[in-house]
Design a protein around this ligand. Structure first.
Ligand code: PEP
Ligand code: MG
Length: 748
């Protein structure tokens, strides 16, 4: 940008700065600003449109258009050239506005006289707050310098809007971040909680978007960039193994931190009158807008890296660290774009009431930890980190995947009723804690819990579980930055067994691969990781880790019963090899003279349809089998368990799936092999009744599910339930769910 334009732009920003400093109401400021821009740029019209609500833009100030149109002219997002500019977050620059696609004539404004139109989105951190428009009679395209100057001004307008500079005055805007908003995401973990927002990364507040001393700002920017580079180098030096995924990300960070073009753009913004912080935000907004449009996953990831780096730079510049000193409110609900399991665990069990994420997935590690803590989790709550402020009231409905931010009284009341209803149900379940899950026909079902972290163990007595039916050992590996040592693991497993106080704990060996990726292991580039090199396949091909883990388990169990289960066994051969590894590990320990477990049980997870059809010899060979319904269902129906679109299409209660289960139950019964079910469906009361009726005598589930499942099992006659299921299957019903739920509804 030539010097002459730069100094003009600085002059304009200097005047805007004076408007901001003056004590006047919002409308007066807006009116003054459009006058300043129009006279400085020599155009006949300058208008500012701001969002009145999430979908409606309103003409808030103008020079050149009819004054009566102010606060009257409104358009929806995407409507007309203004709406299009806001929706697409790109500049609209045309010499012949009426000929443009989507043009909409607004007669009350008198704009028909103006041929050229340039609209620039007013956006802050990727959130569009409005549109700044200039128009002229002459048919002309605005020059790149003019557009750039408008973008700089739009950046300042965005900061002023955020700071509330335009609130108040007749027809003026109401303050931002005060309206009730409902975010509809997805359920990561059930539960209903009312709490106060606690932002994981507090938003950076820029109070000085304009600067009159570019040299000082350039020096600040450069010093901060230096500090940023040093931070990234330090992180790289501290990162684990070469070519791990983490190193890849950090390399990308380093590339951006050293990028000349990124720095040059920010320097240009500063020379035009922006402060260093505003310059960083301006470029960050651009990157976010591009991120929303990029269809290429690699490009999106890189833009994401740049976004992250910009946040770091802003924190260095403003001195606002991760911890802004904001006090943790009572009943804190953590709100974040995303969070890793390690960071989440740092908050500690019991510290948070719920979690709401803008990104994340059901199978993410954060979801696993939230489940272990039994707190509601909502994922994909788009836009929540830009809307929520620390301390805002928030109602989290984990079951529906909904978060109500700053709810109105009606929503609040309805939610209180829901919480009270759930609490009453919990009290009823607590009364059942010491009672067996015995059905009316006298069948007793063993209810066990799924776990994976030490933090889960206190739930063992409180939930009424009879033991741990599935201990997912990979969680310990996932929450670390490096491979745990054998001695550490052994100590941990011993603590788990101590905490279980003699109750059975089924340790599943490492199930990594698929969606469970260890940051310190070389990532595999597989086209279909769920069906790829995972779980026991990886364990048998690279037996070092499996052997280390088996040794740790054997040492931990000295003098007690050790129950080990191998995941994802697809044929008997895999089980035999895995068991041979276990026997070798036992033998090695014996030779070394270490105390051995006094009893061992070695079983397999049945998670692939192939294993259901394995030979009878196999069913006799295993000490026990546990159906991993999550994976078994995904492979049976060929429906990815992580893909929300297909996941819900198929039901465990479909007759075809029950046919498969019935075969498994039959084979186990004739081989005399104990059988359990440990997928998520075991924790759903109706499904649990079906499983028990089909012959499963042991179910393993989240601790919070034990109460509801026990409560229903104690109220039904499983022989009658079996008859209902069999009749539906004989009739040819595609699913037994309608018949079963209808029958359940008739039970007293
Ligand atoms: C399953 O697949 O059902 C299971 C219990 O294992 P995970 O959910 O850990 O894959
Ligand atoms: Mg599984």
């Amino acid at each position: 940008m030539p010097d002459r334009t730069e100094s003009e732009s600085r002059k304009l920003l200097g005047r805007l700065s004076a408007v901001m400093a003056a004590t006047s109401v919002g409308q007066t400021r807006l009116d003054r600003i459009v006058q300043l821009i129009a006279s400085s740029m020599g155009c006949e019209v300058c208008s500012i449109y701001l969002f009145r609500d999430a979908e409606t833009l309103e003409l808030c100030a103008t020079v050149g258009l009819k004054a009566e149109a102010v606060h009257q002219t409104r358009m929806r997002l995407g409507e007309g050239l203004v709406g299009r500019t806001a929706r697409d977050r790109v500049v609209t620059n045309t010499a012949n506005a009426p000929a443009e696609r989507g043009f909409r004539y607004m007669p009350e404004t008198g704009e028909e006289r103006f041929s050229s139109f340039c609209g620039v989105p007013v956006q802050r951190l990727g959130e569009v707050l409005g549109v700044l428009v200039v128009q002229s009679r002459a048919a002309r395209i605005y020059t790149p310098d003019e557009v750039y100057a408008l973008e700089v001004v739009a950046m300042v307008l965005a900061e002023m809007t955020e700071l509330g500079a335009f609130n108040g005055g007749e027809g003026g805007l109401s303050p931002r971040h005060q309206r009730p908003i409902t975010f509809r995401g997805l359920s990561g973990q059930e539960g209903a909680v009312a709490g106060r927002v606690y932002l994981h990364e507090p938003r950076v507040v820029v109070t000085n978007p304009i600067s009159e001393d570019p040299d000082k700002e350039l020096a600040r920017l450069n010093a901060s960039i230096e500090a940023l580079r040093a931070q990234v180098d330090e992180m790289l030096a501290g990162a684990g193994t070469v070519d791990s995924e983490e190193v890849g990300v950090l390399e990308a960070y380093r590339m951006f931190a050293n990028s000349r073009s990124w720095l040059r753009r920010m320097e240009e913004d500063i020379r035009s009158g922006l402060s260093a912080e505003a310059a960083v935000e301006k470029e960050q907004s651009h990157a976010r807008a591009r991120m929303g449009q990029a269809s290429d996953a690699y490009l999106r990831d890189r833009l994401h890296d740049l976004d992250d780096l910009s946040n770091r730079l802003l924190r260095i510049l403003t001195g606002q660290g991760r911890d802004t000193g904001a006090a943790m409110p009572d009943s804190p609900v953590l709100v974040a774009r995303n969070i890793g399991p390690g960071e989440l665990l740092e908050y500690g069990k019991g510290a948070l009431r719920a979690i709401v994420l803008e990104e994340g997935s059901v199978g993410s590690h954060a979801a696993i930890v939230a489940r272990a803590w039994a707190i509601p989790l909502v994922i994909r709550a788009e836009g929540i980190t830009t809307e929520a402020l620390n301390g805002d009231l928030i109602l989290v409905d984990g079951e529906q995947g909904i978060a109500h931010l700053r709810p109105d009284d009606i929503v609040r009341k309805a939610f209180e009723d829901k919480i009270a209803m759930l609490a009453r149900a919990q009290e009823r379940y607590a009364d059942l804690r010491e009672l067996p899950a015995q059905s009316l026909c006298g069948t007793v079902i063993g209810l066990h819990m799924n776990a994976g972290l030490m933090a889960d163990l206190p739930s063992l007595p409180s939930s009424g579980a009879e033991g741990v039916g599935l201990f997912r050992t990979e969680l310990q590996f996932l929450v670390r930055n490096q491979m745990p040592k054998r001695a550490e693991l052994s100590a941990l497993y011993a603590r788990v067994m101590d905490a279980a106080k003699g109750k059975r704990v089924v340790f599943r060996t490492l199930d990594i691969g698929s969606d469970k990726v260890l940051s310190y292991m070389k990532p595999q580039d597989e086209p279909n990781p769920a069906m790829g090199w995972r779980a026991i396949r990886l364990g048998l091909d690279k037996p070092g880790v499996l052997r280390m883990q088996l040794q740790a388990l054997i040492r931990a169990a000295a003098g007690r019963c050790l129950t080990v289960m191998f995941p994802f066994i697809a044929n008997p051969g895999e089980f035999r090899l895995a068991r041979a590894e276990f026997n070798k590990a036992l033998e090695r320990e014996r030779i070394l003279g270490h105390p051995l477990p006094d009893k061992v049980e070695v079983g397999a997870m049945l998670e692939t349809p192939s294993l259901a059809f394995a030979s009878y010899a196999f069913f006799r060979e295993v000490d026990f089998l546990s159906v991993g319904g999550n994976d078994l269902k995904q492979f049976f129906f060929a429906a990815d368990r992580e893909n929300e679109r297909v996941r819900r299409r198929y039901d465990m209660l479909e007759s075809s799936f029950l046919e498969l289960l019935s075969g498994i139950v039959g084979r186990c019964a004739s081989a005399g092999t104990p059988l359990s079910f440990c997928g998520e469906d075991a924790g759903r009361p109706v499904e649990a009744v079906a499983l028990a009726a089909m012959g499963f005598r042991m179910l393993s589930m989240r601790p919070a599910s034990i109460g509801p499942v026990k409560s229903l099992l104690r109220r039904v006659n499983l022989q009658e339930a079996r008859k209902v299921i069999d009749d539906a299957r004989i009739r040819g019903d595609e699913s037994v769910r309608p018949a079963l739920t209808e029958w359940l509804a008739r039970q007293p």
